[in-house]
Ligand binder design. Sequence first.
Ligand code: ASP
Ligand code: MG
Length: 438
Amino acid sequence: MKPEGAVRGTFLKGRQMGLIVQKFGGSSLADPACLRRVAARVLETRRAGHDVVVVVSAMGDTTDALIELAHQVNSSPSDREMDMLMSTGEQVSVAVLSMALHVMGVEAVSLTGAQAGIRTDAAHRKAKILRVNPARIRRHLREGRIVIVAGFQGLTPLDDIATLGRGGSDTTAVALAAALRAERCQIFTDVEGVYSADPRVVPDARKLKEIAYDEMLELASLGARVLMSRSVEFAKKYGVRIEVLSSFVKAPGTLVKEEVADMEDIIVRGISADQDQVKLTIGHVPDRPGMAARIFRELAAANINIDMIVQNTSEQGITDISFTIHRDDQPRAREVLEKAARSLKVRHVNVDQDIAKVSVVGVGMRGHSGVAYRVFHALAENNINILMIATSEIKISVVVRKKLADKAMRVLHETFSLHKAPRRPAVKKGARNARKKS
Ligand code: ASP
Ligand code: MG
């Protein structure tokens, strides 16, 4: 996408204020009362002197209900028709939110993704945004309107409606913010921000003031449900500042932004757990060059995303390979592997559902040693067995038994004292600045 030139701001009381994109999720739009509250919130931003573009999801559980409906009619509906169906949810939202604003005497206009100039590729149900032509949105803004755009949808090269994957309205919002060079992209949701861990599991989890794109990306793809990970990739690429905040409680949220030097002072920013993985083990694999390549080529061809991979040391020329995938991909992966097993002379494929992946994430890991040791030690002290390990520069993930995942999160949260406000090392201002430059 080519971000277009800056949007001309509105002049109010002599001050030029920027454009804000605000996204409201399904739970914030569950019923007419919710809609009125959202309208009031939007109006408030407008009255503060901002131009406002609003992106909305489908009301409440509408998308789930639509999927359910489809399956009652056809057990394997075509992706194109599913998109035609699912995109209606957001279309309801934009129309009624606009009506709610009209009642308040505000000029607002609703747009579908197509009307808003959002073009996607042709991958129905998981389309990627290719371009945004914000000319029409700009025109409405110049006319003094609040523009309300249906999230989660766009138009393919064949002019069909495509959806962006579950949770895709976040990506719509960030893409519009990028294209319009918005000052900020606010994601309103049913939690108050991004937490150091899921507060339902770790009661003393803290709301983070800020988090770096890379940390948020890890946490989002690791199962923290606040933002769709693609939206974070987008934000990182185009430098869109995202603020995650509650649509119910008025409190500052969490800023997702570019990394700055002193973010590395904090070793671990957050902990997440992914309960949606399964572990597959291919037993009795001949230990020869090219075996792993052949196995994973088959899986890649079937569009199956692999997460962690472990190959055991081989004994007498035989080894086994374990890896994790999303549980939805399990039937397909099994099919692929069983077919491949015959030609590859692999013995058996074993599926382990009883796993969860717990990860600690922080850009500070780059500059600190001993983090892995602290993770393993803390888990050992608490009798939590580790089944698999994977690391990146800013993350350590372990696979544990499902029932131990919550405990592991609490233990690690405590180990890294995440319940306490981060203490920055006492560095004098001058010294910190000097370090930043290096
Ligand atoms: N309504 C869609 C979903 O439920 C898109 C979204 O909420 O962002 O996945
Ligand atoms: Mg939703």
